[in-house]
Design a binder for this molecule. Structure first.
Ligand SMILES: Nc1ncnc2c1ncn2[C@@H]1O[C@H](COP(=O)(O)OP(=O)(O)OP(=O)(O)O)[C@@H](O)[C@H]1O
Length: 263
């Protein structure tokens, strides 16, 4: 049973005032905006998997469906064999999500934030693990600092810690290094790589393609809600003559037919 499964998943957001890319039927009826179109994908346990695509491609939508925050319009989604709709609790338990946006409660300290997060999963007295996570993320000396007193990069580290408090087998990181300095970026990747080596499945979205090239064993590229490439990083690189992933990405996104990026 794969760690993550999407089986013919589509998502149509109800349209508001958006003037473009609305989905109209033959009768001209406005059916909303199709953010994901018939996406099928599975990620095996222990993989370090990259989900790439330009702004608006549907990456966050896909992650939100996996996390149970957005419901797909059609198709089936599972986390470690648990259906994200019918078996939501187990699916959610199997997943740690590091969101793109920094959201936090300014009234709590770092440790309190992590204890509260543990409580959502029914966990108590897990301070040993919290200390280990804090130490690995270079946050030990900030454990009793108030969240609002942290720098942006440190808040981002806390988001990572929050995703890990319940020791999920699958970790999803939605652009975790946006606006993060070089030191933290390195520390973060070292830690995430260690978690991956310890058996955690990682799904990463990033716009830093050199990061994806260095870390991900397999990559899916999304464009306007469609998967336009799905292969090992090595195979994707080989298709552009071993040049870097950025080159492969640009050529795939600009639909260079000569390269025949068939799935
Ligand atoms: N709640 C919503 N209602 C309507 N449209 C939405 C909603 N959320 C996302 N969309 C649209 O769906 C498309 C996909 O958005 P999504 O956030 O999934 O893209 P993304 O690949 O994560 O982009 P980015 O790299 O900029 O984070 C976009 O066109 C976006 O405007």
């Amino acid at each position: 049973m794969p760690a993550l499964t999407l089986d013919h998943v589509s998502k149509i957001y109800p349209s508001r005032s958006r003037g473009w890319k609305k989905w109209f039927s033959n009768s001209g009826t406005d059916h909303g905006f199709k953010a994901l179109d018939n996406v099928s994908l599975s990620v095996e346990h222990g993989e370090f998997f990259g989900l790439l695509g330009p702004n608006g491609a549907g990456k966050t939508t896909l992650i939100s469906i996996l996390a149970g925050l957005v419901r797909s319009t059609s198709g089936k989604t599972e986390v470690c064999g648990h259906n994200v709709v019918t078996d939501y609790k187990q699916a959610r338990r199997s997943l740690g999500v590091v969101p793109q946006e920094i959201v936090y409660d300014p009234f709590f300290t770092v440790r309190e934030t992590l204890r509260i997060q543990s409580g959502y999963f029914g966990l108590r007295n897990n301070d040993d693990w919290i200390d280990e996570v804090l130490s690995n993320l270079g946050l030990s000396d900030k454990a009793d600092a108030n969240m609002r007193a942290l720098s942006g990069g440190m808040k981002r580290r806390v988001l990572v810690a929050q995703a890990l408090v319940h020791r999920p087998p699958v970790i999803i990181l939605d652009e975790p290094t946006a606006g993060v300095d070089v030191d933290l970026r390195r520390a973060l990747w070292e830690f995430i790589s260690r978690l991956n080596k310890a058996g955690h499945t990682i799904l990463l979205t990033t716009h830093y393609l050199e990061e994806a090239e260095a870390l991900c064993g397999r990559i899916a590229m999304l464009k306007a809600g469609h998967i336009v490439a799905l292969d090992t990083t090595q195979a994707l690189l080989a298709r552009v003559g071993g040049v870097d992933l950025e080159d492969a990405f640009v050529r795939i996104m600009h639909n260079d037919d000569a390269l025949e990026f068939t799935l």
